[in-house]
Write a protein that binds this ligand. Structure first.
Ligand SMILES: [Zn+2]
Length: 636
């Protein structure tokens, strides 16, 4: 809502220790991006973020804005943000076009959206979240580089937002786009929660990082009633919230047209429609059963768009049904304010559902079917009654339309959910209290029950995290759980893999033989060279090292391939295991994974990899590559 005058607040008194300080404060942000306008003004929104007393930067307890431009090697200084909503300049709240050039406002925009996203995750998961690196504060550069790009960098412990010259020759700032800021923040949070999702595994997992970041970003935009109302009624003049919307415009097809395509058309007009077209591409993917098997959709970015399409279509269906069911039968029209609020509420609930689902997803080798099953299971736990928005119903229907069904657990009480944990588990040697926080205690539980839980003792196992959580449903229902995550790894030669009934791709085996032959040839050539140079006899032990080229025995440590497994353990408030979602290290699925990795050029043995640093950097490249598709970027 636009404000015309700036309220003056009385001079601030130092707070007394007894003062109760509000947990949240409000801040003005750009609702989507500067190109979404109403009556010539940039559409802004008022969002709630966790309250804190910021130092100039702004520097807070979880985020540090570093306004350094690495292209120009220039520091724009520390920005002191208004201490309260009422202290904000009038131009910010009115969406005056000048705010595009106000770097202090830019700092507030990225700070508020990163904090809002963090708060959204913390609320959904019912606990505090860290970042993926060992530091409390995420660094954010709102004008980090002259480039039409934005990315998350775990190495630099932060988010970098670029800027560039747009079509109209005016600078375009990626940090002013709501969806871009939330998208990058989501990458950072997802990486903190599921560090192994960046490791190559299967086509779905690669697609999920991108698809999930897009889903949270889009739902975050739709969760603003200001945006929804604007998309439904982009009229000139004063928006009239009492204006009725005819029933025909609330049917799913019409809503897809107005809200989805409307947003796609307005998003990033400066970018020649490139970013908007990412949403458009998702929205245009018509449901088809075998779509995931089509070669086009094996490419991770395209595949991620299917995930986005299924979730966003479910959102539209749930929203439409929510509005239509709120009226009497055959009601001809609905008040705009109610339609907009319903859209925002459904978007908010759906974002919460998907974030919550992360805890129920396996820590390695995620598939879309796993993701859907995790969403249905975790939502059933905290929101047993689906009547209010029918989110589970609509998700199931839309995922099914794209050929994605929950992992089958036929014969159990809730067939769309994960199979409950085995009942024959022993708890007598572990301490309930310690299980809520202690990795060693959880490992002991796992070890004591290794047979029932199918822990593979020949592989290395490690408990990665133990997190107690308290989740609140939309109806105030409180659920207490503890989530523990572990992973397993075994590094095996092809022969050892065969011993575990995991067949490696024949072409990979051929490749290894060639590698081996090369090494043998080198080893054979080396002593001769030494002999010529130094005039000495080759050392006797150098001659017979290395297997013969013809042999297919890879007993050398350099020819091992890692195979991963692992799981999540969900305990109830009494310390009993409810669910165990896991993948076996020596499971039969490994064969297909190895085949996929080989085809993608991602299957490497130790002899070929340049160590972990290279692996870390390739992660970065991947992330940049992921985002580059949205931007007319020259780099990756
Ligand atoms: Zn991305």
């Amino acid at each position: 809502m636009a404000k015309t005058t700036r309220k003056r607040t009385p001079a601030r008194q130092p707070p007394k220790a007894s003062d109760v300080r509000p947990p949240v404060r409000h801040m003005t942000v750009i609702a989507q991006d500067p190109s979404v306008r109403q009556n010539g003004r940039i559409l802004t929104a008022r969002i709630a973020v966790p309250a804190e007393d910021l130092l100039p930067g702004p520097l807070g307890y979880r985020v540090q804005i570093v306004d350094y431009d690495s292209t120009r090697q220039y520091f724009h200084g520390r920005h002191a943000l208004p201490a309260s909503y009422d202290d904000e300049p009038t131009e910010w709240q009115r969406g005056s076009p000048q705010i595009v050039n106000d770097f202090r406002f830019h700092a507030q925009n990225v700070y508020a959206l990163v904090m809002k996203t963090l708060a959204r995750f913390e609320f959904a998961l019912g606990r505090r979240l860290g970042w993926s690196f060992d530091n409390h504060q995420l660094k954010v550069a709102p004008h980090g580089m002259f480039d039409a790009n934005a990315f998350y960098s775990p190495v630099e412990e932060g988010l970098v937002f670029g800027y560039f010259r747009g079509m109209s020759e005016q600078p375009v700032f990626t940090g002013l786009s709501h969806d871009v800021v939330v998208h990058e923040t989501t990458h950072a949070l997802l990486d903190a929660l599921r560090e192994r999702y960046l490791v190559p595994s299967n086509p779905d997992q690669a697609a999920f990082h991108e698809g999930f970041a897009d889903v949270i970003a889009l739902l975050s935009v739709f969760a603003l009633p200001e945006v929804v109302a604007h998309l439904l009624d982009p009229v000139k003049g004063k928006p009239n919230s009492a204006r009725p919307i005819p029933r025909a415009k609330i049917l799913p097809k019409a809503l897809r047209q107005s809200a989805l395509f409307g947003l796609a058309d307005q998003m990033g007009q400066e970018l020649d429609g490139l970013r908007g077209s990412a949403l458009r591409r998702s929205a245009e993917i018509e449901p088809a059963d075998g779509i995931l098997d089509e070669p086009d959709f094996l490419e991770p970015h395209r595949r991620g768009e299917i995930f986005v399409a299924a979730v966003i279509r479910a959102f539209i269906d749930a929203w439409s049904e929510r509005v239509l069911s709120s009226g009497v039968e055959r009601q001809k029209s609905f008040p705009m304010a109610n339609v907009a609020q319903a859209g925002a509420d459904v978007a908010d609930a759906l974002a919460t559902l998907w974030i919550r689902a992360l805890d129920y997803m396996p820590p390695v080798h995620l598939t879309f079917r796993d993701a859907l099953t995790a969403a249905l299971t975790s939502d059933t736990q905290v929101r047993p009654d689906d009547e209010r928005y029918k989110l589970r119903h609509h998700l199931k229907a839309q995922f099914a339309a794209y050929g994605i069904a929950p992992v089958s657990t036929a014969g159990t009480a809730q067939s769309d959910c994960w199979k409950p944990a085995p009942v024959n588990l022993r708890y007598d040697r572990v301490r309930f209290e310690s299980m809520r926080s202690d990795k060693d205690e959880v490992f002991r539980f796992l070890w004591e029950n290794r047979e029932a839980l199918e822990l593979q003792t020949e592989a290395y196992a490690k408990v990665l995290s133990v997190r107690p959580c308290q989740r609140t449903g939309i109806d105030g229902f409180v659920l207490r759980e503890t989530v523990a995550e572990y992973y397993q790894v075994a590094r095996l030669t092809p022969d050892e893999l065969a011993g575990k009934r995991i067949k490696v791709p024949p072409a990979f085996l051929e490749h290894l033989k060639e590698l081996q032959a090369e090494r043998a040839a080198k080893a054979a050539a080396k002593p001769k060279a030494n002999a010529t140079l130094a005039g000495a006899e080759p050392a006797p032990d150098q001659d017979d090292t290395g297997p013969t080229p013809a042999g297919a025995v890879f007993d050398d440590d350099d020819f091992v391939t890692p195979v991963y497994g692992g799981g999540v353990l969900i305990f109830d408030e009494y310390g009993r295991l409810k669910y165990h979602v896991h993948n076996k290290v020596f499971g039969s699925e490994q064969q297909a994974r190895l085949q996929y990795l080989w085809e993608e050029g991602l299957l490497k043995v130790k002899a070929e990899s340049a160590g972990s640093r290279a692996a870390r950097l390739s992660t970065l490249h991947r992330l940049r590559a992921i985002d580059a598709r949205k931007w007319p970027s020259e780099g990756w």
